[in-house]
Design a protein around this ligand. Structure first.
Ligand SMILES: [Fe+2]
Ligand SMILES: [Fe+2]
Length: 359
């Protein structure tokens, strides 16, 4: 509208101008072009594992976790693409814990998970009283307001992906990092191993109604995500059964969602959704959507073509596909990706859209 108005009609008298300024008001046509430019536009980008490895090796050699300031006792290399993270909604970091070290117990409003890159049976994430082993490619949830600490009782350095919705809260919504340190470095282990998984299997606690209550000082209408470990052995077996028996999705290959164990449905968290994707059928078809996708390469090599740019990836690389960018995957042979997306946020606003691209 404003563009079609004759320029002279948009001139304000000096009286009007000073009234506006005095009361901190502006006409819409002067602000609308600025909207949407507070945060950086996201661009397609890739972080190669050898570069991440060099960075985390350096950090590990220089900085014991115990020397980090209280509240920040996590030794992490963070891929930066947006203001402070890989995207404006999802944060990904690569964390290491050396043999004998503990990343002390804390809890926060942000939803989080660990995806083990280089793990070990004696490397554990302790969540809500249970020790969850972190074997290669295991995914462990550390849901909102649940205590969690990471303990390395093995003789090898462990590395994993941290994935949180922090930039959504802190940058996009300009909210507060609601956070608390535990009084102990390690929270007490009060549950036997397998407890949390056992309560979300085919048998559920009898006679207990879901009360819909959300941990901590928060309110909402989403079913809370329980503490849970998705063991890779089972996940990979399900993925291969799918590949052996079913047709692939044209855009995402054979794709299995990590569901919220409480509901059996996506999304895993109110703000983030996760899939394991097996690609073995040549290039996928191109599509685009208004959700951001962050990918971690579980195994294999190939390229993802984003807006005409080829992001060439190998095992353990991390890359990002920005909102609305046309993209397709092209594995060299067989590859498995961990796909992470903020799609649930857009769906909660009835605003998610995607479309295939002919060609
Ligand atoms: Fe945390
Ligand atoms: Fe996609």
């Amino acid at each position: 509208m404003a563009e079609q108005e004759p320029e002279e009609l948009l001139e304000l008298s000096s009286d009007t101008r000073s009234t506006l300024e005095q009361h901190n008001l502006r006409p819409l046509w002067e602000v609308e072009d600025d909207m949407g430019h507070l945060l950086d536009d996201l661009e397609a980008d890739i972080w190669k594992w050898e570069d991440i490895q060099a960075a985390i090796d350096g950090i590990e050699a220089d900085v014991p976790i115990a020397d980090l300031p209280p509240g920040f006792q996590r030794r992490v290399a963070v891929p930066i693409n947006a203001e402070h993270a890989i995207s404006n909604t999802i944060y990904v970091g690569v964390q290491t814990v050396s043999p004998g070290e503990t990343a002390p117990s804390h809890r926060h409003a942000a939803s989080a998970l660990r995806f083990t890159i280089d793990g070990h049976e004696d490397m554990k994430t302790v969540v809500a009283g249970e020790e969850f082993p972190m074997k290669d490619n295991d995914l462990v949830t550390t849901p909102q307001w649940e205590w969690h600490d990471h303990v390395n009782d093995s003789d090898e350095t462990a590395a994993w992906l941290d994935v949180l919705d922090l930039p959504l809260f802190l940058d996009t919504l300009n909210n507060t990092h609601v956070f608390e340190n535990h009084e102990l470095e390690r929270q007490p282990v009060t549950k036997s191993q397998g407890y949390w998984a056992s309560q979300y299997g085919r048998g559920r606690p009898a006679g207990e109604q879901k009360d819909g209550s959300i941990p901590g000082p928060f309110e909402g209408n989403q079913e809370p995500t329980p503490p849970y470990r998705f063991g890779w052995d089972e996940m990979e077996a399900s993925l291969r059964q799918r590949a052996d028996n079913d047709e692939p999705d044209p855009y995402d290959g054979y794709s299995l969602a990590y569901v919220n164990p409480a509901t059996g449905e996506e999304p895993l968290f109110p703000t983030m959704s996760f899939r394991a994707q097996l690609l073995n059928d040549g290039p996928t078809d191109a599509h685009f959507h208004n959700a951001t996708e962050v990918y971690f390469v579980i195994e294999g090599e190939g390229a993802t073509h984003v807006d005409g740019e080829a992001l060439e990836w190998g095992q353990w690389d991390i890359f990002v596909v920005p909102p609305d960018a046309p993209h397709h995957h092209e594995p060299d042979d067989e590859a498995i990706l961990l796909g992470m997306t903020d799609r649930p946020i857009l769906e909660a606003m009835n605003f998610y859209a995607e479309a295939g691209i002919d060609g």
